[in-house]
Design a protein around this ligand. Sequence first.
Ligand SMILES: Cc1ncc(COP(=O)(O)O)c(C=O)c1O
Length: 395
Amino acid sequence: MSNRTMKENFPIFSKNPNLRYFDSAATALKPQILIDVLSSFYAYENGPVHRAGYALANTASDLYENAREIIATYLGTQKDHIAFTSGATDGLNKLALYYRSKPIKGILTSEIEHHSNFLPWMALAQEKNIPLHIAPYHAKDFVDLDFVEEKLKSGTVSLIALSALSNVLGQKPDLKKLVALAHQYDAKIIFDGTQHICHNTDISLPDLDCDYYVFSGHKLYGPTGVGVLYIKDPANMISPFLGGGMISDVQTDSFTPEPFPQGWEAGTPVVAQAIGLAAVVKWLSDIDFSGILQAEEKLLTSLKTGLENQGGLILGSGNKSLLSCRFDGVSATDLASLLGMKDVCVRAGKHCAHPLHCSMNLSKPSLRFSLGMYNTKEDVDATLYETEKALGKLR
Ligand SMILES: Cc1ncc(COP(=O)(O)O)c(C=O)c1O
């Protein structure tokens, strides 16, 4: 399926064929398949899961557990290794809260992180009064590996939390190298896979061997309000969040939690969202998603060349699926506004990555173009044309 015919799967383009959507890293557009599955679930199958024995409840429970199975298979793992969350932010906060009561010596993260993979660790380190090591950006390796190794060697890192693909630079580290390094020094490693999952098809979390991996469904063409938390070895891990649905017994002075994953899904789970995400993931597995991603890479290259020819200064190196840039003497916010008036959707801001902008001496917003499976050469050409015109007005 070409990217052009791919647009037919996304109903928004039938309403606005000239929409040039380059903000998929914020949230992806939704395919018809998702809308149909959600509509059908709410219309005919909605029921409580894991709580009642009548037919409708059983159907909802089966659909929900089937969704877990489909998504686990997509990640190359088993269903008892993934819990549904409300999104990546939720998954990362849950992990940080879990470690609140654990003896850890220190945490390592990086200055490249999205705030969702930075603030929970900063807060945890401050609360426990342990070191928070912030690895500097490295043009080739993503993070400075010498810094990472030095901190690991110092014996003050029990936990590493890093992005598997930056939402600002579109750059990724050598994940396997980082996992090997972490494990060599007995540290656990968490990958924020929120952007990574959207631009890779061959993910096998057990092969990758990371300890934790999180992502959000809505950036992977799924619904909002759902995410996944993968745990390699969930035995004996008790959720920091408590409530209905996650226990096998409660007394007035004690309780027995269900094992992971149900034990980490306190409250009414995100049923429709999980079923919707599974439908999308199955659809992605059935179409030539890897071919589409290759086409996406080519589009990114021509977009990058076009922007550079217009004087765009690209942040970072080795971009994959998205890029951020700036133009000397031009406000990114003004540029994004002018483009928005022409139905070109791009993002001006610091993209929830203030420390990264700070480390790159960027006090002002940058402009981000992030691609999705529906983007075409026409989108890129039209966007470069509109950018040229807008720059003419702003310079
Ligand atoms: C790399 C990365 N991590 C975490 C998040 C947070 O995702 P959410 O807001 O869906 O929880 C984002 C969102 O932009 C992201 O790009």
